[in-house]
Design a protein around this ligand. Structure first.
Ligand SMILES: C[S@@+](CC[C@H](N)C(=O)[O-])C[C@H]1O[C@@H](n2cnc3c(N)ncnc32)[C@H](O)[C@@H]1O
Length: 307
């Protein structure tokens, strides 16, 4: 591997064959797909890494990611530069209302015998989606306003957030947010669920306690099993960045991790069309979500998809 002779990083060009090599490496590992039109964006974003590592060419960087002694550390750096982490509290309000008013009562019914409910936000970025789900659940029947002595104990509710980006997961765990995270949050919700401090808005402790975070690649089928099964999975605005193969693998992972009767909520521009027929469609008043059939009890594998 050659070390860069020049301190001028902008002289390093991502050549078409190097672009293809890196693109193939990224899509195989992360699912993220980069079209030819993104070559210059990739060059711009990754150039600083070559300078830090003192590498002369993108071919060297490719080698470094594959065989370098610190490759796994470098992958974290590259992923932070290549992922789109845009998110905010109460994103896609209509879908969230459908979750609160229609999906939650349904899964509450299904999970009543065990009084335990798990929700997974896959690709949660900096955590706003996870805390939003916790806020919605905290206002539901699972958390009665005023308990009387004879009442059964509250439900065991866990909301898991995972993302491939280590930096995002660290921010999610911190739970402190600035203005841009609140572009669709009511004043009332802000007052109820946050404490304002000099460094930003801190998520209130009762909400934090419901939420757990971990770094995880959605395509890592073995690691996903550590999570256990969920009754609802949010995977919103993640699959749009994947190629077809990664989308299929991710959906298989999500299907496997759902309890029978559990619900999958995708982003509004995403669908399972041409990806999976294993789910059934659940038509809500104002939205459409996917459900793992109750008949999948005892099933160990995702049914074959004829498409
Ligand atoms: C645009 S954000 C969506 C955040 C949130 N779900 C929302 O809708 O507001 C997409 C997130 O997916 C994550 N991501 C991309 N590829 C991933 C993968 N293979 N495994 C897990 N997360 C991934 C990115 O790091 C990014 O934080």
């Amino acid at each position: 591997m050659r070390r860069s002779p020049s301190p001028y990083g902008d002289s390093i060009i991502l050549k078409p064959d190097e672009f293809r090599q890196l693109r193939d490496l990224f899509v195989a590992r992360t699912g993220l797909q980069f079209g030819a039109e993104q070559r210059f964006a990739l060059e711009r974003r990754l150039r600083e890494r070559l300078m830090v590592l003192k590498l002369a060419t993108f071919a060297d960087y490719h080698q470094y990611l594959r065989f370098g002694s610190q490759a796994s550390v470098e992958w974290d750096e590259a992923i932070d530069l290549l992922t789109t982490n845009e998110t905010y509290f109460f994103r896609e309000d209509r879908q969230l209302r459908a979750f609160q008013n229609e999906v939650l009562p349904l899964i509450e019914e299904q999970t009543r015998p065990r009084r335990r409910l798990a929700v997974w936000s896959a690709g949660c970025s900096t955590g706003e989606e996870v805390y939003t789900i916790a806020m919605l659940i905290s206002q539901s029947n699972l958390f009665p306003r005023r308990g009387s002595p004879g009442d059964p104990p509250p439900w065991d509710v866990r909301i898991y957030g995972s993302d491939i980006s280590r930096r995002c997961i660290a921010a999610a765990r911190r739970g402190v947010y600035g203005e841009s995270s609140f572009r669709s949050t009511s004043l009332d919700a802000r007052r109820t669920f946050f404490h304002q401090r000099p460094d930003g808005f801190h998520v209130a402790e009762p909400i934090r306690q419901l939420c757990h975070f971990g770094q995880m690649n959605l395509l890592d089928e073995d690691r996903s099993r550590i999570l256990g099964r969920a009754d609802a999975i949010f995977c919103r605005n993640v699959l749009i960045y994947f190629d077809a193969r990664a989308r299929k693998t991710a959906i298989e992972v999500l299907y496997d991790r759902l309890n029978p009767g559990g619900v999958l909520l995708l982003g509004h521009s995403e669908s399972l069309l041409n990806v999976s027929t294993a789910f059934e469609l659940l038509h809500l008043k104002d939205d459409l979500v996917y459900r793992k059939p109750l008949s999948a009890r005892g099933e160990t594998q995702v049914p074959d998809d004829p498409t």
